[in-house]
Design a protein around this ligand. Structure first.
Ligand code: PLP
Length: 456
């Protein structure tokens, strides 16, 4: 600990002035970070933490590219600082749209810029509705999403989100959505039979479409690797199956790649790995490597074509969509990812990381290790039968013991207690073997102690 006179002032000021996102509001000993370096962040007492979560799946490049980013920011701010996104554009947004379209899972995407993930999801839904209105199918007003998936909590995006507690008290969401099973293999009744699991999930999607009224469903929305619930990867054939069902019933397919986009699993887009080109793709988080806020909705030509042909107005827009500063920094981040072979690093390190994390299964508290690329979850259980912790135990473990123990270990990871008990990591994509060793070693210590704490 380095004494810092600012520390106490900031703690008090935060108590007096801040409203925290997704947190209880009694602010006590808030983690205040004031510096980053490589994959590390430092708090106001000078303590170092490995940011093993890339600051909520965002900081693909970690924290050492500030100078290059600042140069790009300076160039942009001194040429054109701002220009509204309504009916005009500027070189930074146009060039970025072209670059993203080049990297996308097919060669016919256009790009609508937003301020973040929720806005991207909402823009996607508006595009879907405009599409169906334009082609004379305005009755397609419903959607299929998945249990426990998180697609944002603004009131439109909340329709698609399947995390029930976030919806309570906010009324009927504007989009009628049927939530189907997610791809949780760990608790699948089909056991290890991947093909049976996949077939059952797809049959459920088809039943949901038919039950909702096949000509009333507009959209299927899913993440290639579902974050909420803990890094649920899809069984082989699942995404091609979703594509087939969407085509069969005239429904559009959307991949929410807010987390998986821009390298998290070693590809620019996880959809490419699944061999599918969704009709819409949402991105945010890693798009700028979090050097500035930005999101985007990618839409294939055939979705937008009816609006273009009929010279229709897309009745949606946000003032700061495609802000020049964010666009310039997104372009710079993509350039660095290409130049420094960052995706190659993720691909090379993913299997060794999986092996390291699989050792955690030796600990009694770890029931499952799952994920892909640099995106992993450990499900914590009471025993070999994978018994879940009850609510009081989850509160104690995931809101009390683990956050404190992780902090003490100098590790930033994510504890999720909504349903199953999950600890997640998503290291910066620049992480090398030594850092991944440190993360695995830290997790081993922390989870061993967590097991003891829970008397396992
Ligand atoms: N979609 C997914 C898959 C997400 O993980 C998130 C945020 O975590 C969102 C949408 C919402 O993004 P934002 O928080 O930028 O609004």
């Amino acid at each position: 600990d380095v004494p810092n006179p600012e520390h106490d002032r900031l703690q008090q000021s935060a108590k007096d002035h801040l409203v925290l996102h997704f947190s209880k509001q009694e602010i006590d000993d808030l983690l205040v970070l004031d510096r980053g370096e490589g994959p590390y962040v430092f708090d106001t007492k000078g303590r170092r933490y490995i940011d093993a979560l890339s600051s909520l799946f965002c900081s693909q490049l970690g924290y050492s590219y500030g100078e290059e980013m600042a140069d790009a920011a300076r160039r942009q701010l001194t040429s054109l600082a701002f220009n509204t996104s309504w009916g005009t554009s500027h070189p930074a947004a146009i060039d970025l749209a072209e670059k993203i379209a080049d990297l996308a899972p097919a060669d016919d995407y256009r790009v609508f810029f937003t301020g973040g993930g929720s806005e991207s999801v909402e823009a996607a839904w508006k595009m879907v509705r405009e599409h169906f209105i334009a082609i004379g199918q305005p009755q397609r007003t419903k959607a299929i999403a998945r249990d426990r998936a998180y697609h944002g909590v603004t009131l439109g995006a909340l329709s698609f989100t399947g995390v029930r507690p976030f919806k309570e008290g906010f009324g009927e969401p504007p989009v009628p959505v049927t939530h189907v099973s997610n791809t949780n293999t760990f608790r699948a009744p089909d056991g290890a039979d991947e093909a049976a699991f996949c077939a059952r999930l797809l049959a459920e999607v088809e039943e949901a479409i038919v039950a909702a009224g096949a000509d009333e469903v507009a959209l299927i929305i899913a993440e290639p690797v579902q974050n909420a619930g803990g890094c649920f990867t899809a069984p082989a054939g699942y995404w091609p199956g979703l594509r087939r069902l969407a085509d069969q019933y005239g429904v559009l397919l959307m991949a929410d790649e807010v987390i998986t986009g821009f390298g998290r699993i070693g590809e620019w887009f996880a959809s490419s790995r699944e061999g599918v080109a969704p009709d819409l793709v949402t991105v945010a988080k890693g798009l700028t490597s979090a050097y500035a806020p930005m999101g985007a909705t990618l839409v294939r030509e055939r979705v937008i074509a009816p609006l273009v042909e009929q010279r229709k107005v897309f009745r949606h827009g946000i003032t700061f969509g495609g802000h020049p500063l964010s666009a310039a920094l997104a372009m710079k981040s993509i350039e660095i990812i290409e130049r420094d072979q960052v995706l190659e690093n993720v691909r090379a390190q993913a299997d060794p990381l999986r092996e390291r994390l699989n050792h955690l299964l030796d600990l009694p508290i770890v029931g499952d290790v799952r994920g892909a690329g640099f995106f992993w979850a450990m499900e914590l259980v009471k025993d070999d039968a994978a018994t879940r912790f009850d609510q009081a135990e989850r509160d104690d473990l995931l809101r009390g013991f683990l956050p404190a123990r992780l902090r003490e270990a100098g590790l930033i990871a994510r504890c999720d207690d909504r349903g199953d008990s999950v600890l997640q990591i998503a290291p910066p994509l620049i992480s090398d073997a030594a850092l991944l060793d440190d993360i695995a070693a830290g997790l081993t210590d922390v989870l061993r102690d967590a097991g003891k704490h829970m008397s396992l």
